[in-house]
Ligand binder design. Structure first.
Ligand SMILES: Nc1ncnc2c1ncn2[C@@H]1O[C@H](COP(=O)(O)OP(=O)(O)OP(=O)(O)O)[C@@H](O)[C@H]1O
Length: 276
């Protein structure tokens, strides 16, 4: 399996008053079509790692080390790449879905127009072909009445539908890697499973690589091949998902695994509505 992404000592520094390191030395390879989970408690550095891979850190945060993405025009180290190169790589090589769909959607622009941009910019589509691509993308993420949704603003659709639009937007330029950072956490429990299933289906059908960030170990375990465990900005353990669940090496991972087992055992007794 060839590496699509190679992290080598990736770190994140806070360079404001009282400078400090927030993420230390994260290193792993991600192969074509491989699905990696990142798990850890709140504040462990999961989102900063994702933002560093996307080249989206802004002052006073700064990445260090290497994060090399294999893109169509050659390898790109996102830590040192120019803004121009990053603009080209984001969308076409790597797409992202965040916890809050409003992080990637513009409230003042009709949905169809937002979705048209990556098809026009990265794929060069125009006119009828562009219109068709936008409607197909909305239908592909199982949104009803794509023509109506394309004309709508995001305040006119539900939270689950917004996240489906954000997924369509992340996939529009055909990236080889999708980074999903807590993509269902902000959604109503009744729509979480549907959005998760959609993400899984898209990743599978397109043969994409996935980095899936979550607090929820059972959800991560269900959709990934390997899991990276983080705590206090450090990489605690990186292992195949089955190994991690059955023979965790680090004490912290053992705690996470046994806590999620206890939760699983607890849920059936809670009756209707307790399970997703
Ligand atoms: N812009 C920032 N400036 C200063 N510190 C920050 C900034 N963003 C994040 N941090 C700190 O960096 C650490 C890691 O944050 P990060 O958001 O990556 O955690 P996380 O694991 O994604 O947490 P959560 O699961 O709650 O989203 C935290 O201690 C956080 O307070």
């Amino acid at each position: 399996m060839s590496a699509l992404l190679t992290l080598d000592g990736l770190g994140v520094r806070f360079e404001g008053a009282e400078p400090r390191t927030l993420v230390h030395d994260v290193s792993f390879d991600l192969g074509e079509g491989e699905r990696l989970g990142i798990i850890g408690e709140s504040g462990s550095g999961k989102s900063l790692t994702a933002l560093a891979i996307l080249g989206l850190l802004a002052h006073p945060l700064r990445a260090r080390g290497r994060a090399v993405l294999s893109a169509s025009g050659g390898d790109v180290d996102v830590v040192t790449a120019s803004q121009r190169r990053l603009d080209r790589v984001r969308g076409s090589a790597v797409g992202a879905v965040f916890q809050e769909p409003l992080a990637s959607l513009d409230p003042l622009m009709r949905i169809g127009k937002q979705l048209a941009w990556p098809f026009a910019h990265h794929r060069g589509l125009r006119g009828d072909a562009l219109r068709r691509a936008v409607l197909d993308a909305l239908a592909d993420v199982q949104l009803p009445h794509p023509e109506r949704i394309a004309r709508a603003y995001i305040h006119e659709i539900s939270g689950g539908q917004r996240q489906r639009v954000a997924i369509a937007l992340a996939l529009a330029a055909g990236p080889r890697l999708l980074i999903a950072d807590e993509p269902t956490t902000a959604l109503d429990v009744t729509v979480q499973a549907g959005v998760l299933a959609l993400l899984q289906r898209e990743v599978e059908e397109r043969g994409m690589s996935l980095i899936f960030i979550s607090h929820d170990l059972p959800v991560v375990a269900g959709i990934t091949d390997r899991v990276l465990v983080m705590r206090d900005g450090r990489q605690v353990e990186l292992a195949g998902t089955t190994t991690l669940l059955t023979a965790p090496a680090a004490d912290y991972t053992r705690t996470l695994v046994s806590a999620s087992r206890e939760l699983e055992a607890f849920l059936p007794d809670r009756g209707e509505g307790a399970r997703r």
